[in-house]
Design a protein around this ligand. Structure first.
Ligand SMILES: *[C@@H]1O[C@H](CO)[C@@H](O)[C@H](O)[C@H]1NC(C)=O
Ligand SMILES: *[C@@H]1O[C@H](CO)[C@@H](O)[C@H](O)[C@H]1NC(C)=O
Ligand SMILES: *[C@@H]1O[C@H](CO)[C@@H](O)[C@H](O)[C@H]1NC(C)=O
Ligand SMILES: *[C@@H]1O[C@H](CO)[C@@H](O)[C@H](O)[C@H]1NC(C)=O
Ligand SMILES: *[C@@H]1O[C@H](CO)[C@@H](O)[C@H](O)[C@H]1NC(C)=O
Ligand SMILES: *[C@@H]1O[C@H](CO)[C@@H](O)[C@H](O)[C@H]1NC(C)=O
Ligand SMILES: *[C@@H]1O[C@H](CO)[C@@H](O)[C@H](O)[C@H]1NC(C)=O
Ligand SMILES: *[C@@H]1O[C@H](CO)[C@@H](O)[C@H](O)[C@H]1NC(C)=O
Ligand SMILES: *[C@@H]1O[C@H](CO)[C@@H](O)[C@H](O)[C@H]1NC(C)=O
Ligand SMILES: *[C@@H]1O[C@H](CO)[C@@H](O)[C@H](O)[C@H]1NC(C)=O
Ligand SMILES: *[C@@H]1O[C@H](CO)[C@@H](O)[C@H](O)[C@H]1NC(C)=O
Length: 834
């Protein structure tokens, strides 16, 4: 009330000023008046006090009148949007009708007040945004107009996104407040994902910039379309192509135009004959060779003008398809086999290991062998059989005699099978079969026991740990005197390998698999010496061809070993503090005690028993903070803590129902004009922050008090929405907060009581809400936009009229919070009776 008094005094002052300005002699006069209802505008003062009659001419249009004493007034509502300038003439005449003064021109300028609501040019807007597209790129432009004077803030509009559904905590969309262009934010560009959410609904508001602005809302639906920046399917190119190059092989495309494309090799290829152009076309520039590189995988980048990649690179995979462009190759210029003079018919001699560079397993590399010639043909031709498929030689005739022939030269035709347009290719290979003396001597070891050799368990593979020697008296440098050392079958046979020096027959004992002191401290090796050629009938290997070696493994301190290299656990987020999550097992190979610890427990959620490895919760876990949690578990030797190892533990938290449903925080409810012509109904939404569908579903019910039940009915729409209907239509002005219980479908369910606001307000004749009436009756800021106009008129006593026109676009059911300025609270509200 104090405010009202202050304003009253303030208004009187303004009137005082108006008195001085709003009168004058009958001369050409410009009068400015804000649009509005009938009012006194001016007083013309005649030169001569003698009684005269005032006459008004021109565009009077039933809108103006001049009365006794020259009082000039409007007689009906003046609307700037209809007509903003009236050209009138005023004169005075005496009783006889003679003009005393004038005519003088009177121009009435009707000035704008904010009496028009901005209007969107569409009731809904639809746009499409591509995942990962450039932030700031216009998706859709909303546009509103305001009929007020474009020269004034009354018609200057500012756009805003009020609400985004689904409500991500960070905004994915932004609007240019001046142009209405909607685009993705940086976060939106990175985070929208068609698989998570394929469309968003925005509520966009527009309001003018006057002191008491009007606003309107619209709905903008934005469909998300898929990111097209992805690897094309693998490409196959036939090698050694004769087509003119370059040839386009595929195309990649960034989600927006203007990207700069690049390709880069990941592995270093001998040649890299690929290019990309600025449309993303990838060409191959020269024929490829499968035998050089059968598979190219390289990366394509899309970058901005500053050379920064928009997103991770994508892989391009090019397979090179084989053609039969390689003949078979012989293992060497000459392949040498040996055969003992006394060899039996049918004996295996050797296998011709020819190869073909074309694709293994294909017909292009499938080989067939055929003997073309044998030289000399002594004792006859066809001494040898060659297996067509395997390339192995056998003796098929008897009569070898080292004194007649000690070398046969065999020519072999090796051919592949070819395919399609590419016929078979062949090669001639030369094979020498040497006839050697019989193998009637066995290898003899220099000693039958080499004693002990001591090695430590950490030694690298292939380390030579010992040398052995045996000798053979057969013909030198033949398969009869060459020695192969073999370790007798036994549990540790494969830990070692023995290589032979072909010149000296010296044997080198090497480590083949890692030695482990903890598994076995000693290996007893029994070593046999053998010839590749079979022994002459009647000769046998005896104990002189066997020796012994003991390998003693010494210990090296090793770090504790975890039982499993990955630990993971899935738990419900509401498990009590102190729950045992998992038992970690780690054992020191040397049997030392192990001490466990945790690293990277940044939320201090866990605790580990350092002797048992049991991990417990140390705090309440919260899926809404960390949906998956990772820590490192360490294990150290008690005696030597520097010997330590670690594994990662991943904890996945399951949602539990720990959020009760509520109304969306920005929900303001609908606004209706009083009196209601019929009972209305509205649909509202409940929200629940939990993630699993069961914990999110909502049941709605009215709080069952008699008054509420009398006035309202609630009905089910679906698991997120309910419909609230009025049972009658005589609700008083004010904000009616209807108590509704929201219960989610979690087990156990959580419940909250919310108050759904329904605003009933006094409205102007054109169905615009006068929100101050609501504010006043409830004393709190509310929906609604307001504007006051103020003008004064001369009278004998100052007449004070302060008028406030407030409207709300009644058609928009869902309104947003209006800025509540001090001016709004401080202005006396008088509804005009006229
Ligand atoms: C609304 O305005 C926008 C932006 O000026 C324009 O693109 C669109 O066509 C308009 N819509 C209608 C229905 O006029
Ligand atoms: C509109 O946006 C510009 C910058 O984007 C800002 O400077 C200005 O204050 C905003 N205007 C209103 C009325 O919010
Ligand atoms: C994106 O979101 C993060 C919070 O997740 C925020 O810190 C950051 O400021 C946002 N970036 C922009 C450009 O809005
Ligand atoms: C390409 O094919 C021709 C015959 O078809 C062959 O002579 C040539 O060696 C091949 N080139 C390569 C690189 O394989
Ligand atoms: C790529 O190859 C196509 C023909 O397949 C050719 O028209 C184009 O000019 C080539 N582009 C470049 C950059 O070489
Ligand atoms: C190998 O044999 C095939 C068919 O028998 C023949 O066509 C080819 O010319 C021969 N190749 C050589 C190198 O003699
Ligand atoms: C070889 O090692 C065995 C077992 O450790 C031991 O009994 C033997 O005395 C050692 N022999 C020599 C010659 O060191
Ligand atoms: C093994 O045979 C050779 C003759 O071939 C003979 O000299 C040697 O004494 C034999 N060794 C044993 C342990 O019998
Ligand atoms: C760790 O577990 C062992 C065996 O259950 C127990 O005796 C010991 O007290 C525990 N340590 C701590 C610090 O609680
Ligand atoms: C119920 O309606 C009556 C008018 O019939 C009204 O006076 C009362 O305030 C309403 N109560 C509620 C809680 O809406
Ligand atoms: C529930 O109903 C509302 C209003 O009709 C609708 O917008 C929403 O998509 C519906 N939700 C589901 C999950 O059906």
């Amino acid at each position: 009330m104090i405010w009202h008094l202050v304003i009253f005094l303030f208004l009187i002052q303004i009137q005082g000023l108006a008195l001085g300005q709003n009168e004058g002699p009958i001369v050409d006069t410009d009068i400015r008046t804000p649009e509005g209802p009938a009012a006194t505008l001016y007083q013309f003062i005649p030169r001569d006090p003698a009684p005269v009659t005032f006459v008004l001419e021109g565009e009077v249009e039933n809108a103006f009148q001049i009365q006794e004493h020259g009082i000039f007034r409007s007689t009906r509502l003046l609307d700037r949007e209809t007509k903003n300038l009236y050209r009138l003439w005023v004169k005075t005449v005496n009783d006889e009708g003679r003009v005393i003064e004038g005519p003088s021109a009177v121009n009435v300028f009707v000035e704008d007040i904010n009496d028009n609501v901005p209007i969107f040019n569409q009731s809904e807007y639809y746009g499409e945004a591509r995942e990962k597209s450039r932030p700031g790129k216009t998706i859709i432009r909303v546009s509103a107009t305001d009929a007020d004077d474009p020269e004034t803030p009354n018609a200057q509009l500012v756009y805003k996104i009020v609400y985004q559904i689904p409500d991500t905590k960070i905004m994915y969309f932004q609007i240019n407040n001046h142009s209405g262009e909607i685009s993705l934010t940086l976060n939106g560009s990175q985070l929208v994902d068609v698989h998570t959410e394929d469309s968003y609904e925005l509520t966009v508001s527009v309001s003018d910039l006057s002191v008491r602005p009007f606003s309107a809302n619209t709905k903008v639906v934005i469909k998300i379309t898929e990111n097209i920046w992805k690897s094309p399917s693998p490409i196959t190119i036939v090698e050694n192509s004769t087509e003119p190059h370059p040839i386009k092989i595929t195309q990649v495309q960034w989600n927006d135009e203007g990207a700069i494309y690049e390709i880069h090799q990941r592995d270093k290829f001998r040649r890299f004959p690929f290019t990309i152009d600025q449309d993303g076309n990838i060409n191959v520039t020269e024929p490829l060779d499968r035998e050089e590189q059968s598979l190219y995988i390289f990366s394509a980048f899309a970058k901005n003008q500053n050379g920064i990649a928009f997103m991770r690179a994508i892989d391009i995979e090019v397979n090179v398809q084989d053609i039969n462009d390689n003949p078979p190759t012989c293992p060497g210029p000459v392949t040498i086999f040996e055969i003992q003079e006394n060899e039996l018919v049918g004996s295996f001699i050797g296998e011709l290991a020819a190869t073909d560079l074309d694709e293994p397993g294909s017909r292009n590399a499938l080989l067939r062998f055929r003997i073309v010639s044998q030289n000399p043909k002594i004792p006859e031709d066809g001494m040898f059989f060659l297996d067509e498929i395997s390339g192995s030689f056998r003796l098929i005739k008897s009569g070898l005699d080292i004194d007649d022939v000690d070398l046969y030269i065999i020519k072999v035709n090796v051919t592949d099978q070819g395919s399609g347009l590419h016929p078979a290719l062949s090669t001639l290979c030369e094979v020498h079969i040497k006839v050697i003396d019989v193998n009637d001597q066995i290898p003899i070891f220099e000693t039958s026991d080499y004693g002990n050799v001591t090695v430590s368990e950490g030694l690298p593979l292939q380390t030579v740990i010992f040398e052995i020697q045996a000798t053979d008296a057969d013909q030198q440098f033949t398969g009869s005197s060459e020695i192969i050392y073999e370790i007798e079958e036994g549990e540790h046979k494969h830990l070692f390998v023995i290589d032979t020096d072909k010149e000296t027959n010296r044997g080198y004992v090497k480590i083949f698999l890692p030695l482990d002191y903890e598994t076995s401290k000693m290996h007893k090796l029994v070593i046999h010496a053998r010839n590749p050629e079979p022994l002459f009938t009647g000769v046998e290997y005896n104990d002189s061809s066997i020796t012994h070696l003991k390998v003693i493994v010494t210990d090296v301190d090793e770090v504790p070993q975890f039982e499993s290299s990955i630990l993971q656990k899935q738990v419900s987020e509401d498990i009590p503090i102190g729950t045992l999550l998992i038992k970690v097992v780690a054992i020191d190979p040397e049997g030392d005690d192990v001490i466990f610890g945790l690293k990277g427990d940044k939320r201090n959620w866990l605790w580990i028993n350092e002797t048992t490895g049991d991990i417990y919760t140390n705090a309440e876990l919260d899926r809404e903070t960390e949906s998956s949690y990772q820590v490192q578990v360490t294990a150290k030797e008690r005696k030597n803590p520097s010997m330590s190892s670690s594994v990662y533990l991943h904890i996945y938290l399951d949602d539990v129902n720990d959020n009760a449903p509520t109304l969306s925080s920005s929900y303001n409810g609908p606004v209706y004009c009083n009196p209601l012509s019929k009972p209305e109904s509205l649909i509202f939404e409940g929200v629940d922050a939990d993630s699993t569908p069961r914990n999110r579903g909502i049941r709605f019910s009215l709080v069952a008090d008699e008054e509420t039940n009398k006035n309202w009915t609630l009905s089910f729409v679906n698991i997120t929405h309910a419909k609230l209907s009025m049972n009658h239509n005589y609700f008083p002005i004010g904000i009616h907060r209807v108590p509704v219980t929201l219960t989610d479908t979690g087990r156990p369910p959580l419940t909250s009581v919310v108050y759904v606001p329904v605003t009933i307000c006094a409205c102007s004749s054109d169905n615009h809400c006068i929100s101050d009436s609501v504010e006043e009756s409830f004393g709190k800021p509310s929906v609604g936009m307001a504007l006051g106009i103020l003008f004064g008129v001369l009278g004998v006593i100052g007449i004070i009229v302060a008028a406030v026109f407030i409207s709300i676009d009644q058609k928009k059911k869902k309104q947003t919070k209006a800025p509540t300025s001090d001016a709004a609270n401080a202005t006396e509200t008088v509804r005009l009776a006229s």
